[in-house]
Design a protein around this ligand. Sequence first.
Ligand SMILES: Cc1cc2nc3c(=O)[nH]c(=O)nc-3n(C[C@H](O)[C@H](O)[C@H](O)COP(=O)(O)O)c2cc1C
Length: 215
Amino acid sequence: MKKVIALLMALSLVCFSVPVFAEEQAEAPRILIAYLSRAGENYNVGETREGSASAAYAGYIEKGNTAIMAALIAELTGGDLFEITTVTPYPEDYASMLRIVQEEIDTDARPELAAQVENMADYDVIFIGYPIWHGRMPQAIYTFMESYDLAGKTVIPFNTHEGSGQSGTQRVIKNALPDCTVLQGLAIQGKIAQENEERTRTLLTDWLTGLNLLK
Ligand SMILES: Cc1cc2nc3c(=O)[nH]c(=O)nc-3n(C[C@H](O)[C@H](O)[C@H](O)COP(=O)(O)O)c2cc1C
C-alpha cells in the first residue's frame, strides 16, 4: 500500500508541477520574441487628442504597450525581437479599432501578415505577445501560429490588457499548438507597461526567473 501511495505522489508531482525550461539543457536555448502591438489611440493611456470621439477615456501613445513588454523580454533573455505586422495596418483611432476588431472576430478572419520569420527553424523557444482585443487575442496571432511548423518548440504567451488579464488566451494557444510545450505566460496591464518601467521589469524578471530563462 505504501508503495502505491508513494507512486501516486510521484505521479502527481510529474502531472502538476509548473513546467520551466529544462535546466540541464547543454546549450542556451535560442529565443524569439514575436509580438503584435499597436501605437496610436488606446484605452486608458497617452495624451488625449481634441476632437477624438474617445477622448474621454483614450489617448495617443508612440509605442504600443505590448511592444514595450516585448523589448524588455528581449533585453532580459537575450532573445531576438520580431514584430508581427499585418498587410493592412490597423487604424490609429480607437473607435475604428473597436469596429474592425469586431468584424475580424465575427468572420474568424486570418489577416495577412506583412513579414515572415525567415529562420524559424533556428529557434527553440518562441514567446508570443499580443494585446487583448474584445476579450480575445488578435486574429493575426492565429495567422502567425498557422504560418509555421512549430512542432517540438517551447511556446510562451504574454500579453497586455486593461482589465481582462490573459482572458483565457493561454488555453487557446495551448489548444492550437498541441505539438508544442506551452509554458506559463504573463499578463501585464497595458497602463503599467506604458508608464511604469520599474514595475514592469520586476514582474518580468520574477516570471522569467521562474521559467529559468533570465539571461
Ligand atoms: C479594439 C480594442 C479592444 C480592446 N479590448 C479589450 C478587452 O476586451 N479587455 C481588456 O482588458 N483590454 C482591452 N483593450 C485594451 C488593450 O488590451 C490594451 O490597451 C493593450 O495594452 C494594448 O496593447 P498594445 O498597445 O500593445 O496594442 C482593447 C483595446 C483595443 C484597441
